[in-house]
Write a protein of this length. Sequence first.
Lengths: 600, 400
Amino acid sequence: MKDPKYIRNFSIIAHIDHGKSTLADRLLELTGSVPEGKMVDQILDDMELERERGITIKSHAIKMDYDAPDGNIYELNLIDTPGHVDFSYEVSRSLAACEGAILVVDAAQGIEAQTVSNIYLAIENDLEIIPVINKIDMAAARPDDVAEKIAELIGGEADEIIRISARTGKNVDQVLDAIVQNIPPPQANVQKLLRALIFDSYYDKYRGVVLYVRIIDGSIIKGDNIKLMASGKKYEVDELGYMKLELSKTDELVAGEVGYIMANIKEVRDARVGDTITSTNNTAKEPLPGYKDAKPMVFSGLYPTNPDDFENLRTALSKLRLNDASLTFEPESSAALGFGFRCGFLGMLHMEITQERLFREFALDLITTVPNVRYKIITTKSKKLWIERPSDLPEPTNIEYIEEPIVRAEVITPHEFIGVIMELVKVRRGKYRETEYVDPNRVLLRFDIPLAEIIFDFFDKLKTVSRGYASLDYEFLEYRKADLVKLDVLVNGDVVDALSMIVHSEETYFWGQKIVSKLKELIPRQLFEVIIQAAIGKRVISRARVAPLRKDVTAKCYGGDISRKRKLLEKQKEGKKRMKMVGSVEIPQEAFFAVLKIER
Amino acid sequence: MHIYIHIPFCVRKCRYCAFYSIGYDSGIAKEFVNSLFREIEMMAIILRNRNNFYDNDTLNTLYIGGGTPSILEPALIGEIVRAIQQNFGIDKFDEFTIEANPESVSRQKVDRYIEFSANRMSIGVQSLDDRQLKFLGRIHNSEQALDAIKSARAAGIRNISLDFIYGSPNFDVKSFLPTLERTIAFGIEHISLYSLTVEPNTPLENDVRKHLIVLPTTDEVGEQYYAIAEYLDSQGFAEYEVSNFAKAKHRCKHNLAYWHRQKYLGLGPSAHSFDGEYRWANTKSVERYISAFSRKYIPLNNKIFGDDFAKMLADLKLPIDFIEKLTPVQEISEIVMLGLRLDEGFYIEKLGDYAEKIIEAAKELLVHKILTFDGEKIWLNRKQKLLADGVAAKILRQVN
Ligand SMILES: Nc1nc2c(ncn2[C@@H]2O[C@H](COP(=O)(O)OP(=O)(O)O)[C@@H](O)[C@H]2O)c(=O)[nH]1
Ligand code: SF4
């Protein structure tokens, strides 16, 4: 049994590209945890999508045995955290499994907004922070400046901050020493009743759900009967062990340690991140703090382009959900799009990733409706309704008022962009709160803004107006009353439910005109005239016409070559199949997403 | 039966042409004709043994197209026709068309064609505007075109078809209609009207891609078509197919066979055939065609006449570019696609199990007065002819 004195649990906090993976790579090499030459990115970022997007979506963990200069062998558990706001809850749980965090800051880039909020999270979790300035080998490196700023932010002496090059390996050994010396060993009591924190989980086709856990109190062995305190579900431990390059079985995990548990769990939602594992017979009194049922914030309808794929889509979503506790879906039907699912996501990134996986891993061609938030409706009869799609909004006469989710957003930006960002925030109905100086050149702007505004193109716009310098972080604040109405889109007189949107009453004309002209651009000319209208209730506020085609001939029919003609027709037919028939009008898939492309 | 023969030679390639043709060379032409004889002999035996080509086919048509058939020595044409007649046992063709380009038509040639029993000529006039002809890369001028028509007429061809192109840059209906009038005055019977189409791998495509040429919009091309069609109608030419207009009793029987999905045999490079079940096409390469038929081929014996036609053609190492056996859906697609191009439309009874689905799919288009349905057949209204492909695709997306 490992003496907790020789255990260190830590994570690495870093902005994308600041060198987290490279540093992890070096640490694994220095501790001899990885055969030479095998890159760590392959271990830490093992999902293709993650690699492509350069973000970590899931947490990962790895155990290293470090033969320290003091002659002792330390068990170092590196717990990697997701790097995106959509997953800040997961980040918080990973941090809760650690006693320390290495803060990696790029010597040329300095600190970014997301990093700041993760630092705060780390501080909230009482983690010992070891700041490290990376990439000092670069010409643009300004380690002294960056060191000053780090010291301002987290305290401590600027000149004591470790300066490394993860690429060349320079000074990385100092990081190892700091981990052993500065990060406190876990406060572990093996005698207490079992409490283990689930900080990550994934679904394995062959073995079911694998839980990544930090044992806080007590110990656990194979065959133990366990209970999940939040879900109440009970299981028998089937296997447990450490995360090394591969999973490595062991007999027992004890307080202070990090490891994995398998217990015939079918879906990750049965054992959610943040839940506490205890023993069925000797149940701990209190669960570990901090559990949250990560609730979806963004909703979108997913419809198979080919109606026959409906069941396939259901199967695919069920499969994804095995491994994604935050994904929700419920069948819904749309007059325009047929049968599909209303899916809930943590945020836009989560949504995009899910869609991309459905496409890549399940070859499903989908139509996605414009994402929206969940609205709270108070009816004139004082009933409370939650709606997740605009077409479900009751008649205006039955609505007392509507509330929408507001987030607290933080933007860190160089000075010169404060003006344009404030403007952006204002246009998007944001309310400015306060400004904080991060360092002499940069400020942190805090404001409240409807989530609905953020999920449109706020992030892209922010990047554009700040030439890429500003960064964004946000979290849910509360529901607030807002003057909102439903804007309908009609195509040849029929309301296309999938195109309805909820907008602020002062912006109806703006949206009405924009959506109509965008659709006019996107809807190809058809065999007959198409009239597009935007309406509030019965009142049409904008209109456009797509003239009918005069000629729609793909090729001549020369001589006896009927085959070529037929093949061209088949192609044209396939092209049409990618469009949705709404009434008799063919609407391309992009149209259902058109609102997102509207310039403000 | 219906036979097409492809003569793959032209004096020079036109700018827009995607047909298979090469420069004329009397030596190659001889070799080609020799190979053609071999192909005729072989196909005659094969089809006789397949026993599915001659049934119920009351009409016999022959169409010698190209390329530029009129470039060949008339004597060679005579030999080809004789070979066809002997091998397939046809005395007389109900319709025998020879395609000709104005620069190579002469009274003497036409006299010979008539001797060989030709009774229809299709002349590639394309335009009577010399600037247009130049733009198209044609080698004749308007005078030659008119002379060609006169020669054919004087020699006694009573069924003349002229090809015209519209939709080219600077094409102007107002000046085009008088052209038509002049040619109609010769008493011609048939007109084929094609819009200039940018085919892949043509000089025209290249010029368009480099923006050296700006084509009229599809709307403009559409307006041109409807104006010309209207005029032709007023002159007694019925629009019996999207691109074809004929005086009474002068619809092209051979082409109608294609559109009615009757069986036809195509001979020569790039020629297409259909036996009611399979569609296949010969190689486009004149060289490969010639060499395939000049080698010592496998003797045709009973062993090879199995059920699998595609396999048989492969075993015989015939120079086939592709062969496909049509699926039921493909058959339906063809019926609809081809039928919509015809004034009569397509017959519901031919659609079998798909009839209901297709009528359902057509409903919306009936409402918009794009289609008409008389309980027996569905057709595209005249003012909507150029929507044929879009309508076919829209209807057929419901059929899988
Ligand atoms: N010059 C230099 N480049 C580095 C250093 N550390 C990492 N990089 C590079 O920075 C980029 C991002 O590093 P990576 O470890 O993938 O960052 P992550 O997104 O934080 O995991 C990669 O191209 C690395 O090779 C360093 O110390 N010096
Ligand atoms: S004459 Fe006809 S076949 Fe020959 S190149 Fe011109 S268009 Fe093509």
